[in-house]
Ligand binder design. Structure first.
Ligand code: PRT
Ligand code: MG
Length: 221
């Protein structure tokens, strides 16, 4: 019998995905937040979960080390989704990718003067495309986290980062000036797996898709 491996990250993606997987009869037999195991068995003997960094999910799926994966649109857009079939918007882990600056920084003036803007981000490709489309010249500074600090200490004029409640920006006297895109988690599938394991994967996609549509309906109600 063929097996299915699903790659996902712990934290908010795992927490918000768990009810959707449950609808497909998939429940992890151990809590990934507590376990040190990286391969988790599930209530379905033919399905395993692999717990990886959020930004590593597309890599596992692209190479077929995982058949399915759950990743934010931020990660997929930044890395490109070549070789990945992207059938489902799960509507979870929602946030938006924003340009933000210090409250006392005049962004419109800086942009209209045509000078170079220093932008710190971990999303280099997405930021480069966004500012190129606007005709704004930028010097990009790659960071791996805590982007919000960069404008406070003079490392950058602006950041490109994810925002959900806006609390982190407010706490650091930063403000949103542009939305780059709305983000939610997507289910991605390895294209060869989809062909070779269609009989296993298609029912999973419809159970997970059905559950996310029901959750969206409840959220809207
Ligand atoms: O933490 P690690 O470095 O391992 O990886 P990661 O940060 O990519 O993983 P994780 O679990 O933090 O995020 C996984 C995915 O969740 C992201 O790829 C997004 O698609 C999605 N997501 C949804 C978010 C947020 N909301 C979010 N608010 N990811 C990060 N944040 C951060 C944001 O970067 C900022 O620092 O939360 C902070 C802002 O939150 P608010 O509520 O204060 O606005
Ligand atoms: Mg994080």
């Amino acid at each position: 019998m063929s097996r299915i491996t699903i790659a996902l990250s712990k934290g908010r993606i795992f927490t918000e995905t768990a009810p959707l997987l449950e609808a497909a009869g998939i429940r992890a037999t151990e809590d990934p937040e507590r376990s040190r195991k990286l391969v988790l068995a599930t209530s379905r003997p033919e399905v395993d979960l692999v717990v990886v960094r959020a930004s590593d999910v597309p890599t596992y799926v692209r190479y077929g080390a995982a058949d399915l994966g759950i990743a934010g649109l931020d990660v997929l857009r930044e890395q490109g989704s070549d070789g990945l079939y992207q059938p489902l918007d799960l509507g979870i882990a929602r946030c938006r990718m924003m340009v933000a600056v210090r409250e006392d920084f005049d962004y419109l003036r800086a942009v209209s003067r045509g000078g170079r803007l220093r932008v710190a981000t971990k999303y280099l490709n997405t930021a480069r495309e966004h500012f190129a489309a606007k005709g704004v010249h930028v010097d990009l500074i790659k960071l791996y986290g805590s982007m919000e600090l960069a404008p406070l200490v003079g490392l950058a004029d602006a950041i490109v980062d994810l925002v959900s409640t806006g609390n982190t920006l407010r706490a650091n006297h930063l403000t949103e000036v542009e939305e780059i895109m709305k983000v939610s988690a997507r289910l991605v599938v390895n294209q060869a797996s989809l062909k070779l394991k269609r009989a296993l994967i298609e029912p999973l996609l419809s159970a997970i898709g059905g559950a996310s549509a029901r959750e969206a309906g409840h959220a809207a109600a």
